[in-house]
Write a protein that binds this ligand. Sequence first.
Ligand SMILES: NC(=O)c1ccc[n+]([C@@H]2O[C@H](COP(=O)([O-])OP(=O)(O)OC[C@H]3O[C@@H](n4cnc5c(N)ncnc54)[C@H](O)[C@@H]3O)[C@@H](O)[C@H]2O)c1
Ligand SMILES: [Zn+2]
Ligand SMILES: [Zn+2]
Length: 367
Amino acid sequence: MRMRAAVLERFGEPLVVQDVELADPRPGEVLVRLVACGVCHTDLYTASGADPSGYAPAVLGHEGAGVVERVGEGVTSVAEGDHVVTLFSPQCGECEHCRSPRTNLCLAIREQQNKGYLPDGTTRLSRDGKDIRHFMGTSTFAEYTVMPEIALAKVDPEAPLEHACLFACGLSTGLGAAMFSARVEPGSTCVVFGAGMVGLGAVAGCRLQGAERVICVDLSEDRLELARGQGATDTWLGGQDVVQRVLDETRGFGADYTIEATGNVNVMRQAVESARMGWGLCTVAGVAGKGETLDIVPRYLITGRRVCGSSFGGVKGREQVPQLVQRYLDGEIDVAPFVSHRMELDDVNRGFELMHAQDGIRSVIDF
Ligand SMILES: NC(=O)c1ccc[n+]([C@@H]2O[C@H](COP(=O)([O-])OP(=O)(O)OC[C@H]3O[C@@H](n4cnc5c(N)ncnc54)[C@H](O)[C@@H]3O)[C@@H](O)[C@H]2O)c1
Ligand SMILES: [Zn+2]
Ligand SMILES: [Zn+2]
């Protein structure tokens, strides 16, 4: 079929919205009609050429939600008409990692996905007979996408898809960092560094876990205001003095949990150093620039602090994204404040500009 899609033609240049061909779903695959898609930093990062593993031409986009249009042979877990959230982090349910409760990093289709192909090593996207690659296994800056069944989370059709799409990446990453990676315990003191989509999600996650004190640190007063709306009990402007301030306010010990959601390695270091001696856990969700390293003085570890990373918030997508969406429908997560701009696919490059200017939290494309 022919459809409109935003294609990354050349790194560092605007995406080109154009007609491309999408082939039918093969066995184990599903055709999804996109209804909404958020614009995330990873799309921009890849489009800029900064990501060394990027490839072009490719259809970008990974924060999608839509409706199943048709299923390929052998697909049993979703059916025509189902509402789904796309997962760049799939859940096959069978691999060594899926069978362990300790990680969400499914091994099933990683290799092909990283190269821009569907699991059988081919693409469904083309133009004039030439292949176009899939981005993150999702390619949701398009009217339709073909994706593996194991990379779709079926959600309650009551959930508006322009909100549900945020659970495909940023919001689940933040919520999950607190809920599934850190497993914040009730009554604890948490510090969240960064109040973008991921940090704000983490603030909400700490609140849902029953944290007593949630300190959010950012450079923007506007964003700190949003953090208060998500349950931050304290909001501080970031800077050199933050570690000392955390220590001063915790009888010199540090916070039970710190979550880093800025992508800045100096802030990651602050997050490690403001975790409590004895048992403080620092969870790193931000993605650092190519070649950057995180400096940790080993003494911080000897004295009982721990550091962990978190991809997609440790969320096992097919199982837990629907649960998170349910908590949103139950009124426990306030998603509306995150959607700052709504636009058409043709304006996707404006979505990048807004993100670059830190104007709003998320732009959502309506199809
Ligand atoms: N782990 C994952 O699976 C995953 C998924 C999505 C995004 N990410 C990463 O998470 C990070 C955050 O994503 P986002 O969409 O929320 O980004 P964002 O740019 O919207 O938010 C980052 C925030 O950090 C703040 N910040 C910058 N310097 C600071 C400082 N010194 N002290 C305190 N705050 C500071 C900024 O003001 C901004 O509000 C990025 O690195 C992104 O690539 C990771
Ligand atoms: Zn798996
Ligand atoms: Zn993303």
